[in-house]
Design a protein around this ligand. Sequence first.
Ligand SMILES: *Cc1c(COP(=O)(O)O)cnc(C)c1O
Length: 811
Amino acid sequence: MFTSTDKFVQAYKKLFQNRYAFTYEQGTTEQQYIVLATLIKNQLAENWQATREQYLNEKVKQVYYFSMEFLPGRQMKSNAYNMGILSEIEKGVAELGLNFDELVEAEADPALGNGGLGRLASCFMDSLASLGIPGNGNGIRYQYGLFRQKFVDGHQVELPEYWLRNQNVWETRNDQSSYIVRFGGHVWMEIDHQDHWIPKYEGTQNVLAVPYDTPMVGYRTNKVNNLRLWSAEIPVEEEENYHTVQETDQIKGITQVLYPDDSNYEGRLLRLKQEYFMVSAGVQSIVRQFQKYNLPRKFFPEKIAIHINDTHPALVVAELMRILVDEEHLSWEQAWEITCKTCSYTNHTVLREALEKWPIDMMQSLLPRIYMIIEEINRRFVEETLPLYGEKLTWQTAILQDGMVNMAHLAIIGSHSVNGVAQLHTEILMNDVLRDFFTLYPGKFNNKTNGITQRRWMHLANPRLTQLIDSKIGEEWKQNPAELKLLKTFEQDDDTLEKLAEVKLQNKTDLADYIEQQHGLKVNPQSIFDVQIKRLHAYKRQHLNALHILDRYLRIKDDPAIDIQPRVFLFGAKAAPSYTYAKQIIKLINAIADLVNNDPDVGDKMKVVFFENYGVSLAEKIIPAADVSEQISLAGKEASGTSNMKLMANGAMTLATLDGANIEIKEYVGEDNIVVFGLSSTEVDQLNQSHAYHSKSLYESNERLNRVLNALIDGTIPNAQQEGEAVFDSLVHYNDEYFVLEDFDDYIAAQDKIDQLYADKKVWNRKSLLNIAASAPFSADYTIKRYTEEIWKAKPQCTDKEGVQPLNEPI
Ligand SMILES: *Cc1c(COP(=O)(O)O)cnc(C)c1O
């Protein structure tokens, strides 16, 4: 792109001077970063525009991925890499005498998501662009991202994350594509002179949705897709009606802050406002896009696919109906056919506490017209279902139940496709959680196992490994991940295995340096690096990990001369601010870390590190250095997981329950190359149904467990009495909802197996290699190909309930 390093250096100096009116050597690192990122963004502007124009001219089908969360991570390096100019840029920056890594770290990491859900959306954006698929993200430009986590005396403290403090280079504000979103007021219907029923609004609160567009750069393609994030503002023509800062803030407040709840539903009005704001602005801009195609409306589903990522954007169904019926004057039947052919929905969780249900009166007063439409969708659904399936099933699948709007039901009824995110998860949906819907619409259900982009999680995060792979199997795997399996041919090759071990050791040494610098703690890179990084949630069972650490500590105290494989236990996890138990577990683990790390009997035998503020940037540092991947959720609870995939691709051994995508990991890598333990999801179901589980009797009968649990409450862990008691009580007195005690023995045995395997370096290295070689199926490129072929296909069809006459009305 730059014809020479010289040209780059000149362009950089010029741009810096234009912008700041002094020389770059005098600038701050942030300013130096901003100029570099701007230079890179300028390089892709032409392709960004050309892609948009080409798609418009060719009237291609476009996918719109609606998600309340995106977690893209820092973008400068990844953009330069995908554009194929990274090494050129690095050379130029060195020529300028600047430190490239420092500039990279000066970029804010936009934490516009809680965890896996938002990260998946961003991996999908990367894959869509890299595969040259016309795909758009649609979300919210939160001014404050997920809180910044600090530990104060081991307790989580939440600080505001104002990620826009420095200029966000990547976004472009597009005022010409702004839309009005209406809230509240009164609605009534009038007939106009063309006999159309037209809604009339009075007293609505009108909010201007302004899009900020961010280029999504494909890997070695000239296609640039778009991520559109909406920001709430006061419409210019209404400014005079707002007199005080409080009134203004009420509008801007809609997109001010991301809700910090992961897999948990909070029925707050502001959240519903956020959801409709994003949905309405997004659907309006899609309808405008389709109008530019100048095609008959019946082609809408052949040109537009709208994907509903979890239930948060489920109002898409009602909003598209509203626009088609109220503004485009289609008949209800015509509009409905278009809507269900256009929409598709991904379910992300089976946890009850995460099921989104809004009180009818709240929805009715905030979104009166939308509620009328939902009522009509529900009325027709009930009318059609009742005679065919009877009262019980109809009631259980209705959208309106007990004074609530069930958002999953709205999404399922209004979509032609419903997918789960791993084989087991989809089976649980079909056989259990959504069984009634599976009876109604067996054809709608399908599985799309999650994936990760290897570009960010291997090529960029782990350049040493990438180089080693390149030197063994060539570079083709970067375009065609299936080639990674060629690595398998080196499983007996000592030279390859030793080099792989060397790469891992160097990555661990880097992480050890980082730990020393951040925590003032020395850890030995020769230890096993045992990693659990994910949101803190009781079902993910970080406390099971903690019990194992305690058990190991007590064994070392019994016999300080014990010959034990040295370990470093690494945690990264944020807890929702309102989730007391999760926060107690954080404090407990921090207290255990204090105890273990400062006990001279322990020394290098074990260390415990809890990183502050886990997020994408930290994940990129930790994952390449991991030996063991802790995926220990109670079977049946984790929908898929994606950190399991990232860690596997970087050569970590998975220590897992048979949950989510762990099952597929085992299938691909073979049972000898993963360590599995614990109850199966069927066994969990049986235990729940039989009421035969009594955690207290396990506590009383199992000596080893008894000792570890007592250590929580007998003062062994200084400074965490209250938290130790809380965990003890939930496990012993409240019957241990997530079967931690039941799985304890098996988990300890699995951990011992890890030690044994690690003791034979050659065996370990071979398993590590085989994990990398078997990780290709988890490339998000494959996941996205399947979404494109099977869900966002050229001519989607509404799947009617068995026995219902299909609509054949001409549109
Ligand atoms: C991948 C990722 C997750 C998802 O982790 P799970 O273990 O699959 O829940 C969460 N947060 C961040 C920052 C990630 O990169």
